[in-house]
Design a binder for this molecule. Structure first.
Ligand SMILES: [Mg+2]
Length: 243
């Protein structure tokens, strides 16, 4: 029976699935606070500046065809955050310093934990592994290089390099073709219900595994994952159940 076919391939999300991007982001924001504290910026404005930046990052839309790089866009976020919080035009060099402090700290802190690396090395012996991450090409490839994980996967697929990102069927189809497997041979592992789990379900994978590290509830109207685990380190238990 199809249901009993064993899993051949595992597709992983990157951010907040294999690496703690949110945690690295908090460290990076703290570094920017330290930087701003050493400047003329009033201390009472600093938390607000960082909050405004994070809001802009969250609602960012980036179109590489407009000729700006993601660095330009995000330096602009800091510029506007400094401007809005203080009501005056900031020194552009300060916006640039905030951005590179944030970006470089995030890349320095981001890493695969030794436990996750070991897990992937073990899985790699039995399964084809593919990394499928949404986001713009430059940002995601910088993270992938920073965590030195390319060798652990048969293929690394960055959404920004493709016409459509998760949860679109087209990018999943691209992955299956590169792995040389059928959707029903794969499981999808990720922390986003709307991107990873929805995408996996749409694509017809054998099972979806939701990484729910902060015990979130599944919101009404959301898709339901087949498995929910607190960490990717619990994946062996899921695979044991599936086999
Ligand atoms: Mg994620």
């Amino acid at each position: 029976m199809m249901e009993n076919q064993r899993v051949l391939a595992i597709i992983f999300d990157l951010d907040n699935t294999l690496v703690d991007t949110a945690g690295a982001g908090r460290v990076a924001i703290q570094k920017v606070c330290d930087l701003l504290n050493s400047t003329q910026v009033q201390e009472s404005h600093i938390a607000n500046i960082c909050e405004l930046f994070l809001q802009k990052l969250l609602h960012e839309s980036f179109d590489p065809s407009e000729g700006r790089t993601i660095d330009d866009v995000r330096i602009r976020h800091w510029y506007e955050a400094l401007q809005e919080a203080r009501g005056t035009d900031p020194d552009p060099a300060l916006a640039s310093s905030c951005y590179y402090t944030w970006k470089n700290t995030r890349l320095q802190v981001l890493d695969l934990s030794p436990e996750v690396r070991t897990l992937l090395e073990e899985l790699q012996e039995k399964y084809k592994l593919l990394l499928l991450t949404n986001g713009d090409s430059q940002t995601q490839w910088e993270k992938i290089k920073a965590v030195r994980c390319e060798g652990l996967f048969s293929e690394v697929v960055v959404g920004g390099d493709h016409p459509e990102q998760k949860p679109a069927l087209s990018i999943f189809t691209y992955c299956f073709e590169h792995l040389g497997v059928q959707p029903r041979d794969c499981i999808m592992v990720g922390d986003s219900l709307s991107k990873d789990i929805q995408g996996g379900i749409n694509a017809g994978v054998k099972a979806t595994v939701w990484i729910n590290s902060d015990s979130r509830c599944i919101p009404p109207g959301s898709v339901t994952p087949d498995y929910t685990v607190p960490s990717v380190l619990n994946l062996m238990d899921v695979l044991a159940e599936l086999s």
